[in-house]
Design a protein around this ligand. Sequence first.
Ligand SMILES: [Zn+2]
Length: 208
Amino acid sequence: MKVEILTSYQELKELGDNSKYSIHQVSWWLLKYGDLYKKVFQSYNKLCDTCLKRRAENLYITCFLKQVNCNKIPEYQEFIKFYNELDVVTELYKLEEKCYMAYDEYMTFLCIDEDLRDWVIKYYDLYSKIGVHFYTFLMFNSDGIKTLHISDAPDESFGVIIREDDFKSSVRFYDVYFDLYENKKLYPEKLKEWDEIFSKIPSEKKDL
Ligand SMILES: [Zn+2]
């Protein structure tokens, strides 16, 4: 399976234009290698005899460090991670239409704070699904460029960047929502909820 994995990377690499892809190219690759993903996933999650023994004795499974007999092969783990990262994008793409409608609605407002607040509350659910992803994807950009950096191939020979055109509405929605929610704080109750959740996470520094 290691060879098949390398072949799949090579094919994706050749498909791109300087690491730039359309969402349809990524979907095509995911579909083509979906069966390989299932095989790798099953194999990776199947414990080898040494692992089974260690687990039976309540020991931490470490045999993937010595890969001779173990199924916990790093190349498998990397492939699973990479495939999942690309798969997230196809899930996000399903929300593009919703983002289009939300942004369209936003554009009809005359910037009356009360209307904007209602809009922020109404679309919080949508933002909570896409926000963290777009934050990460757009992080690598500068100078107002909005390409979506999705992932890097495990062998680091190429990256996967999705052109903005495919996520035009999502990016617009994300930008205005982020500003109203994070900067202008039009939905402070929600921010407070999150603060409370974070404050309950024990800080490592405090324990030292
Ligand atoms: Zn093992």
